[in-house]
Design a protein around this ligand. Structure first.
Ligand code: CS2
Length: 469
């Protein structure tokens, strides 16, 4: 028996479930990239906002239509369950389960393109949100739109077609909400959308600029890929019902959103989100500290033979490196928001990484390094360089990334894997690899210019010589 609207009533009493009449709600949000992260984060907040419910019309009609561009996997997990799924929060004391009801259905864009366009164009839709990962924005090395990648099976195409229909029908614009780990994600999405429209629908450019907004967001929750063991644990807790779409996450969650919406939105601030005028300090701290340390733990941890984040952070050398990256290299480059304490933030992050019940795989974080390291490491090294300060922890992480690119941790999962692997393997020595990657015509040239001292530190780290940090 599967979890579904029909079996919901048979769940054990301690499992929380939606408090609103799901069938009576309209879809207000179309979400591209409905993976585990969206289900444990934005859909979870939206469900909580609708749970607030009675008497407040604004807390209704925020159901989500999820879109997968190609893979039918999530649609097959969720549609037979009427969109219902479990969020299991794992702490040292066990798991707390809640059934989330905010997802109405999942469309696979390659199979039902018209349904996706119609969802964006529907009068009740006010928000199109995105978790398409860093590479989903189809950027070239200069950060501009790569028109070959942004083809008719990209979110750009579907959003544009939906907006065209809205414009023709005289409907209001929408809010485009990027929930990906990019620096200045709202402004980037806005600029990329304008490039796409400029080429494909120039007549829509002004309407888009006047009627649609792209708020910046900082999104945070650690969500490992769900495993068969997790599904078995959830089935046992659901009294034997299977849930193919369940997600496992930590108790912590944070969502900071720029208060710049084109139209209505759920009352996310009533369920823990922060609506602010400037997201940048939160976003920069999160990318450079949390994600920067995560990527360091991933590459250095794999090199040291670890499998999970909690194992890597229990290794005293790696814990020291991650702490140094956060406190001494990243934190001084950030101007904190009022009340934001970056030292306490670093300590809290080490505690979150140490959660042994998450089993967060280092190889999951090691994926797509070419798309992640500019905002996680290179901006930090460049900011330190401007002050004449070295970043030995990040340099060790870069050395471990090069080791990863050479194929020592198995096949490299990265859109630039072939090119990066060829550079890393062709280089006569580590300093050459770094020069080829980060200078001249290299794929990561621009943000940071390695100095002679940096090259020395990197060479030492690549050849396994310990440097004092
Ligand atoms: C991780 C992030 O996979 C990764 O690259 O660093 O997904 C991280 O877990 C989230 O950003 C936490 O909010």
């Amino acid at each position: 028996m599967r979890l579904s609207p029909e079996t919901l009533a048979s769940l054990p009493a301690q499992v929380a479930r939606p408090l609103y009449d799901r069938d009576a709600q309209d879809v207000g949000i179309v979400h591209f990239g409905i993976g585990a992260f969206h289900r444990a984060h934005q859909a979870w907040y939206t469900d909580a906002a609708m749970n607030l419910g009675d008497g407040n019309a604004g807390d209704r009609d925020w159901m989500i239509t999820g879109v997968s561009l190609r893979s039918p996997g999530v649609a097959r997990q969720m549609n037979p369950q009427g969109g219902l799924y479990t969020v299991a929060e794992q702490s040292g004391e066990g798991a707390t389960l809640r059934i989330v009801g905010s997802v109405r259905n999942v469309l696979v864009a390659s199979e039902e393109p018209d349904a996706v366009i119609a969802a964006v164009a529907a009068p009740a839709t006010h928000i199109v949100s995105l978790t398409v990962t860093e590479k989903g924005y189809c950027r070239n090395e200069a950060g501009d739109l790569d028109f070959d990648l942004a083809h008719s099976l990209s979110f750009y195409y579907f959003v544009t077609q939906g907006l065209l229909r809205r414009h023709k029908a005289g409907l209001p614009g929408i809010t485009l909400l990027s929930c990906d780990n990019l620096a200045d994600n709202g402004a980037k999405l806005n600029a990329l959308m304008l490039q796409y429209l400029g080429r494909h629908e120039p007549d829509l450019v002004d309407w888009f600029a006047q009627n649609c907004t792209c708020p910046a967001t900082m999104i945070d929750r650690i969500v490992p890929a769900t495993t068969d063991d997790d599904r078995a644990m959830v089935a046992a807790a659901l009294g034997g019902l299977t849930d193919e779409a369940c997600v496992i996450t930590e108790q912590f969650s944070q969502w900071v959103i720029e208060d710049n919406f084109a139209g209505p939105r759920p009352r996310w601030e009533a369920v823990g989100a922060q609506l602010v005028s400037h997201v940048a300090p939160y976003e920069t701290a999160k990318l450079r500290m949390l994600n920067g340390a995560h990527s360091l733990l991933a590459y250095c941890g794999l090199k040291a033979g670890h499998t999970y984040v909690h194992e890597a952070v229990a290794d005293p050398d790696l814990r020291q490196l991650a702490t140094r990256l956060m406190r001494q290299e990243a934190a001084p480059t950030i101007t904190p928001a009022p009340g934001q304490n970056l030292t306490a933030y670093a300590d809290a992050l080490i505690d979150r990484f140490a959660n042994p019940s998450l089993n967060h795989r280092l190889i999951q974080i090691a994926m797509d390094g070419s798309q992640k390291i500019p905002q996680r490491w290179l901006e930090t090294i460049a900011a330190n360089q401007a002050q004449g300060k070295p970043c030995p922890a990040i340099l060790s992480a870069i050395a471990a990334w090069i080791h990863h690119l050479q194929g020592h941790n198995g096949t490299v999962d990265d859109p630039m894997a072939d090119r990066l692997g060829a550079i890393a393997n062709r280089a006569a020595n580590p300093a050459d690899a770094v020069r080829a990657l980060f200078t001249g015509q290299g794929p990561h040239a621009g943000t940071w210019q390695p100095t002679a001292a940096d090259l020395q530190t990197l060479t030492a780290a690549c050849t396994g010589v310990q440097t004092a940090v």
